[in-house]
Design a protein around this ligand. Structure first.
Ligand SMILES: Cc1cc2nc3c(=O)[nH]c(=O)nc-3n(C[C@H](O)[C@H](O)[C@H](O)COP(=O)(O)OP(=O)(O)OC[C@H]3O[C@@H](n4cnc5c(N)ncnc54)[C@H](O)[C@@H]3O)c2cc1C
Ligand code: FES
Ligand code: FES
Length: 495
């Protein structure tokens, strides 16, 4: 059992013992270390001003992962090297190439966002196999960084100038030493820092997690902290017991077979994206628009399900696909259809001491078609107002079976049973089919009005999405139904 959180910083090991369990990485950097280059803007993962890079072992190589330090807990850096904007320029090299490009191409005015952009681009500089950089790729990469005064054109120019060439800097030169230092930090021991009443724990195995959570069923499980982080920074909640799942060996495993893909609970959205894209390109497009690169790097499939949000993006899509949830308590596991997990607003089928172990997602069978659409006020980095997912099984033009699920239309992610019944056995080519299914939707849902959308808008848009799915599955090219995310030019699996 290890009692200290440990990570690498500027060539030395930082050891934190008895730090507050909810100490954020940003507060550690700015308040404890006084490394003031990293900025705080929104403190909720939205603006990217606090972007830092975690350098971690990923098999044989080192991964440079941009994250939002404002909502990452310091303990989540355990086993990583933390690189901040303060570390980039140095020695005889002067500015780092991405910093120099930002200067040369006028990528900064007031400068408040600049450290975050520089760190996002530093990670892009080190991204493996990124190939030729297009403006679209860069736009996806910096969707989580907000600039209010310079405008994005010169920043994208700087990204292409600095990151369009093979990466070589003093960080690449250090990689051998850093890989050895990180391997030495990876001790495989359970981490428990604090007391029985107030702790940050990070079990190293599923067995240790099961035992610890039964012992402390009142602890808060943290996977990526892209939801829990906001409980700390926005709700000022005093979370006394934290069990971080990020060191549990095997809990992030992704197993793909001919029939489906099983995602371990801590598989991140970034890691899951290529597998979901392979099931259907619309899932890849959904993930591209899920938050930002920084959030997808930390946020997990298990967290998106376990938080029980009615507007989470993956649950409706996974319910429409017929996914099964695997829950574990101690050593015992049970399975249930994902849709049955969501009982009511804020209430899920999860016992004390039970955690999400994995979700099993079937592939589409022959004659099956899938579509999903996210409707939000902003294209990037925004929560859905409505999210609709549709799976149909066709025999010729007859709809043999339908599974439809929506987010944003009820207190939980929910199936549209009446609309499904209206479609089952109907002829896809018959114009009356869509009308009947839309009437079904009006029976299925009584959506609410909130700051994202009115009840009237939600119902109108849900019906429009249903019609769009039927038109597309009926054979219309998505060049006639979509402005972006067309299936004919499916976006490459993004992470
Ligand atoms: C800027 C920003 C943008 C976002 N955009 C989107 C978006 O576009 N779409 C969207 O759907 N969401 C979005 N989110 C919300 C969030 O990113 C997702 O819900 C994410 O999947 C949560 O995963 P996590 O691992 O970070 O969960 P955490 O924050 O670690 O945990 C979330 C909840 O799940 C519980 N939990 C986590 N793992 C387990 C487990 N294995 N077993 C049991 N309980 C568990 C935690 O105790 C907590 O209650 C956004 C968040 C931010 C900050
Ligand atoms: S301060 Fe805005 S994302 Fe962290
Ligand atoms: S340079 Fe001012 S916010 Fe970007």
């Amino acid at each position: 059992m290890r009692r200290q959180i440990q990570f690498l910083r500027r060539g030395a090991i930082v050891r934190l013992e008895d730090a507050p369990p909810t100490l954020t990485l940003l507060d550690y950097l700015r308040l404890d270390e006084r490394a003031m280059g990293t900025k705080e803007g929104c403190a909720e993962g939205d603006c990217g001003a606090c972007t830092v890079v975690l350098r971690r072992l990923a098999g044989e190589r080192l991964a440079y992962t941009p994250v939002n330090a404002c909502i990452v807990l310091a303990g989540q850096a355990d086993g990583s090297e933390v690189i901040t904007v303060d570390d980039l320029a140095g020695g005889q090299d002067g500015l780092h190439p991405v910093q120099q490009a930002m200067v040369d191409l006028h990528g900064s005015q007031c400068g408040f966002c600049t450290p975050g952009f520089v760190m996002a681009l530093f990670a892009l500089f080190h991204a493996p196999g990124r190939g030729a950089l297009t403006r679209d790729t860069v736009n996806d990469w910096i969707a989580g960084n907000l600039c209010r005064c310079t405008g994005y054109r010169p920043i994208v120019d700087a990204a292409i100038a600095a990151c369009g060439v093979a990466a070589r800097d003093r960080f690449t030169d250090q990689e051998g030493d850093i890989a050895r230092a990180l391997a030495a930090l990876d001790d495989g021991a359970d981490l428990f820092s604090g007391t029985a009443e107030r702790f940050f724990a990070a079990p190293a195995s599923i067995e240790a997690l099961g035992a610890l959570y039964i012992q402390h069923p009142d602890a808060v499980l943290v996977a990526g902290a892209t939801d829990v982080g906001l409980w700390v920074t926005k709700q000022m909640r005093d979370l006394r017991k934290i069990i971080w799942l990020g060191r549990v060996k095997g809990l992030d495993a992704i197993a793909a077979t001919a029939d489906g893909v099983t995602f371990g609970a801590t598989a991140t959205h970034a890691a899951a994206a290529p597998h979901l894209s392979a099931i259907d390109p619309d899932l890849g497009e959904l993930l591209r628009r899920f938050a930002s690169k920084q959030v997808r790097n930390m946020g997990t499939i298990g967290g998106n399900i376990a938080n029980g949000s009615p507007i989470g993006d993956t649950p409706p899509a996974l319910i429409a696909l017929g996914a099964t949830l695997i829950l574990q308590r101690g050593g015992a596991t049970r399975e249930l259809p994902l849709e049955d997990f969501f009982v009511a607003y804020g209430r899920q089928q999860r016992e004390a001491g039970e955690f999400v172990r994995a979700v099993r997602v079937p592939r589409l069978g022959s004659g099956e078609a899938f579509r999903c659409y996210k409707i939000s006020k902003r294209f990037d980095q925004d929560i859905s107002a409505v999210m609709g997912a549709f799976r149909l099984r066709l025999e010729g033009s007859r709809i043999a079976a339908a599974r439809i699920a929506f987010g944003g239309m009820a207190a939980t992610p929910k199936r549209a049973r009446a609309a499904e019944s209206a479609l089952a056995g109907a002829d896809l080519a018959d114009p009356a089919t869509a009308a009947a299914a839309c009437e079904g939707l009006a029976l299925d849902f009584a959506p609410m009005t909130d700051q994202r959308a009115s009840a009237f808008y939600r119902m109108r848009v849900a019906k429009a999405l249903l019609r769009k799915a039927l038109i597309e599955i009926g054979g219309a090219a998505t060049t006639t139904t979509r402005v972006v995310g067309r299936r004919e030019t499916a976006h490459a699996a993004t992470s």
